[in-house]
Design a protein around this ligand. Structure first.
Ligand code: CP3
Length: 343
């Protein structure tokens, strides 16, 4: 049965014969096969066409031999049916124009009905389950409310997040209203993914690490708790935030099954901070993949050794694989983790 997958057993903290590995952004521009698909379709077309999204999801499964597939989509996909205008501009990343900066803007937003508003995501998951049954499990995902709010308020990617933090500090009612709508959407969206066949889900709170622990607890933690409490907990839930070394125990308080760890903290220190009782996922610096193919296994070994302290370890990068990465180096990492962790 599919519950026996190595990745799922590691998520549950069960005995495993080797450490499973998958890679954040494992489908993407570092692969020639992906760039060929992108020459024919825009990014949003790929996300909204189940057959294309399935093809792209499978590219790294076939090439890398990773232990889990992640749905090909984007965290920002749910924002369109909520009422935002979303575009991806070449070289500039995502743009939300106009941005949401007042209570009046936010009141116009709606909570989505996933099967009606983003049916292509659930269709992609159903197709992926058929394709991958008996091979690897399928991970679904969503952005967390705060990370989604950051794009809505800033209008795109940001460096200092001045608009976001200004609204959060000065317009508490507007900020809370946005976070509540986003949390309700995320709950429905992730539960719909689980119903469509996602065998694990990851909540990306990529930008939570821009907050002090005080502000995370004050403004964000209640909404992450709301999300995790609202999920149908039949599959493992992974919580990931980038740059989150100082927030780990607060992120854990929301109640995930697995904690994703970025590379700015040694994995063994992260495990200690978390209390040593929760499986971890991570945490090689994505830039380490620019090292030689002799060096990469040494880096992998260090992390595998540190990961032994936790009740379960899923190997991953500390953030997404970078577009200029040599695909053969990514493959060298996957092979090294498979060989070095074999019991
Ligand atoms: O991990 C996977 O392989 C699954 C697919 C996936 C994508 N985005 C595909 C994508 C996932 C899980 C995401 C999550 C995502 N998207 C996050 C959270 C994780 C993280 O990386 O921090 C965030 C913040 C986004 C928002 C987003 N989408 C940005 C900022 C960008 C532009 C930056 C960039 O890398 O170009 C995207 C675009 C995007 N999402 C691409 C892919 C493959 C590149 C699109 C292209 O082909 O041009």
């Amino acid at each position: 049965m599919s519950n026996d997958y190595l990745f799922l057993r590691a998520c549950r903290g069960e005995e495993v014969e080797r450490t499973p590995i998958w890679i954040m952004r494992q489908a993407g521009r570092y692969m020639q096969e992906y760039r060929d698909m992108r020459a024919k379709h825009t990014f949003l077309e790929l996300c909204k066409t189940p057959e294309a999204a399935v093809e792209v999801t499978l590219q790294p499964i076939d090439f890398l031999g990773v232990d889990a597939a992640i749905l090909f989509s984007d965290i920002l996909i749910v924002l369109e049916p909520m009422g935002a205008k979303l575009a991806f501009h070449e070289g500039r990343g995502p743009v939300i124009d106009p941005p949401f900066r007042t209570l009046a803007d936010i009141e116009k937003l709606r909570v989505i009905e996933p099967e009606e508003d983003v049916p292509f995501v659930m269709d992609t998951l159903r197709l992926l389950r058929k394709e991958l049954e008996g091979r690897v499990p399928v991970i679904g995902f969503s952005g967390a409310p705060f990370t989604l709010a950051s794009y809505m308020i800033e209008g795109g990617t940001s460096k200092a997040f001045i608009q976001l933090k200004s609204l959060m500090y000065k317009e508490r009612a507007a900020f809370d209203s946005l976070m509540t709508k986003l949390a309700k959407t995320v709950i429905k969206y992730m539960n719909a993914q689980i119903a469509a066949g996602a065998e694990a889900v990851q909540l990306f709170d990529t930008w939570a690490g821009i907050l002090s622990p005080h502000d995370y607890i004050e403004f964000v933690a209640p909404f992450n708790k709301m999300v995790l409490d609202g999920l149908n907990r039949t599959v493992p839930v992974i919580m990931y935030a980038n740059g989150s070394a100082t927030l780990l125990k607060h992120l854990k308080a929301a109640g995930p099954d697995v904690m994703g760890i970025d590379w700015r903290i040694n994995l063994d220190d992260a495990i200690d901070l978390l209390g040593g009782d929760i499986p971890v996922q991570g945490n090689l610096d994505p830039t380490a993949l620019f090292l030689s193919r002799e060096e990469i296994p040494k880096r992998a070994k260090e992390i595998l050794d540190m990961g032994k302290k936790a009740p379960g370890h899923i190997f991953n990068l500390g953030h997404g694989v970078l577009p200029p990465t040599d695909p053969d180096n990514v493959k060298a990492l996957v092979d090294a983790v498979h060989e070095l962790s074999q019991k």
